[in-house]
Design a protein around this ligand. Structure first.
Ligand code: ADP
Length: 510
């Protein structure tokens, strides 16, 4: 082997090592440029990339060329570089100034004089991706040997560029996946097959209070939700994908539907990581449970009055007509139990209507708060003789709201104020007040009051305070849920203040 070919071989090995060590595309392009001139002993070098869509060669920004040169583009077939890219073949030109293919626009801009050029295409899988060009051979002219070395160099450069692009694509994809992972609304955790947490998103972190506990392994999460060890072993670390519920009472009731998806490695066919998806199904599950309870509740609630009605009706049917005392008692009972049943049904209908209503469905009008309260007061004063009804108009104001619905909510509050009151002198006060832009309608009573620990629960559907406290089991426990819904439909809320044995005050704040 001649010294020259040994040298160029060593050079190529060095080049190959250097190029394959660079994955950052900018750094790689600069390195290719720098090496191009050294490989064949030229004064300088150029590197063009092919914009496939436009069919044009361009200089990458990373090369740091002066701005006016940087902006230049060459059509395929334009200049020696363009011709080389079009034909996919190397070109030696040792007398550039007299070469008709030469495009002098770069020289004109840079003021540099090009004497000789060795131009090689960079080819990957039969496709030209760019061109490298050695400019002005330092000693003599570019030879066939230079061309061979330069082609070998160009093919290494092409592979390195391709690898770097692939690597960047993968990196981009990974970044995108990470963004998606973080943004999905469900909680998501990726673990290895031993359960060690690799990455988790914001929702998962929130659900599991990750900041506080800093779980290292997914089994820590399940322990926190009170799952037994054998469940964790079989379900979590078993072969199959699964779905199950996690449930926790504190700090807030939370039910998570958890899907455990084993992710298989395509080559080995074995699971090498596990994706855990947590969806908050608290409301859905509670509704389902409620619906189930609701059926037994309905039968229970209807049973007592129906049994009384049927019993007395039977007595009436069988009596001889002379027992006037019995006829009177039976018909009175049938009437009052019938009233109770109607009330139950009416409340249920009212509640369902309010529950299904949307803001768009409201029939809003302007009306005076004082006038509405007076109207309610006189309606009750007529039928309830054991209760004193008062109004206290601290400020009168106009409301723009669904009058019927607001009236229904207030009447529900008045019903409760009368119902949960064991005093011989019952008082109910309806008041209107405005403060800091808030309009407030309050129903106050001197009734039994509400125990502190119950205050947050009474607005839940079907919730009733124990009967040993209230002395009542009538009603559905839906009244306050409806009041709350009506307030919320109007963008408002309901507040309550209460003291045992002193009374309660419910305020609709709009
Ligand atoms: P219901 O009246 O059908 O029982 P509500 O939803 O209207 O259902 O009320 C829920 C519970 O809140 C009642 O069972 C009662 O224990 C309590 N409550 C409501 N209003 C009052 C009040 N004015 N005074 C005392 N307790 C009340």
């Amino acid at each position: 082997m001649t010294t020259q070919s040994t040298e160029s071989l060593e050079m190529l090995v060095m080049v190959s090592r250097l190029l394959s060590s660079k994955l950052d595309i900018s750094e790689l392009l600069v390195t290719i440029m720098r090496l191009s001139s050294r490989v064949v002993g030229a004064e300088r070098a150029s590197l063009y990339l092919l914009d496939e869509k436009a069919g044009e060669l361009y200089f990458d920004v990373a090369l740091g060329l002066p701005e006016d040169v940087q902006k230049m583009r060459f059509k395929l077939g334009e200049g020696i570089a363009g011709t080389c890219a079009q034909q996919g073949r190397s070109i030696i030109s040792n007398d550039v100034q007299n070469d008709s293919r030469h495009a002098s626009k770069v020289d004109n801009k840079s003021g540099f004089i090009t004497r000789s050029l060795l131009t090689c295409p960079m080819i990957i899988k039969g496709k030209v991706i760019g061109v490298v060009q050695a400019i002005n051979k330092i000693d003599g002219e570019f030879t066939e040997t230079d061309k061979n070395s330069f082609e070998a160099f160009a093919s290494q450069a092409a592979i390195a560029i391709e690898n770097s692009r692939l690597f960047n694509n993968v990196k981009e994809e990974k970044k995108k996946l990470e963004v998606i992972f973080r943004k999905i609304e469900e909680g998501a955790i990726l673990t290895d097959t031993a359960g060690d947490i690799i990455i988790l998103n914001n929702s998962a972190s929130l659900y599991l209070e990750y900041e506080k506990y800093g779980h290292k392994n997914i089994s820590d999460v399940f322990y926190a939700f009170g799952k037994p060890e054998d469940f964790i072993k079989t379900v979590c670390f078993g072969e199959q994908s699964h779905k199950f519920l996690l449930e926790r009472e504190k700090p807030k009731k939370l039910i998570l539907e958890t899907a455990c998806i084993k992710i298989k490695n395509e080559e080995t066919g074995k699971a090498d990581s596990v994706l855990w998806i947590f969806s908050d199904v608290t409301d859905k599950v509670m509704e389902e449970r409620m619906a189930r309870n609701f059926l037994s509740l309905i039968s229970h609630k209807f049973k007592t009055p129906l049994a009384a009605i049927n019993g007395f009706a039977q007595l009436l049917k069988d009596c001889d007509g002379n027992n006037t005392e019995m006829i009177k008692k039976a018909s009175e009972s049938i009437f009052s139990q019938g009233q109770k049943l109607s009330l139950l049904v009416d409340t249920l209908i009212d509640f369902t209507q309010a529950e299904n209503m949307t803001e768009e469905g409201l029939n809003k009008t302007d009306f005076q708060a004082a006038q509405l309260l007076e109207e309610i007061k006189s309606e009750y004063a007529e039928k309830e003789d054991k209760t004193i009804f008062k109004t206290a108009i601290v400020e009168n104001f106009t409301l723009n709201a669904d009058r019927n619905l607001i009236k229904k909510a207030l009447k529900q509050l008045v019903d409760n104020a009368v119902k949960f009151n064991k005093n011989t002198e019952k008082t109910v006060i309806l008041s209107a007040m405005a403060k800091e832009g808030k309009k407030m309608l309050t129903v106050g009573d001197n009734g039994i009051g509400i125990p502190g620990e119950e205050i947050n629960k009474i607005f839940a559907k079907f919730y009733q305070v124990e009967s040993f406290f209230t002395g009542q089991v009538e009603g559905w426990g839906l009244g306050l849920a409806m009041v709350k819904k009506i307030a919320e439909l109007h963008g408002g809320k309901v507040a309550v203040k209460s003291q045992i044995d002193k009374g309660s005050a419910f305020t609709i704040i709009l």
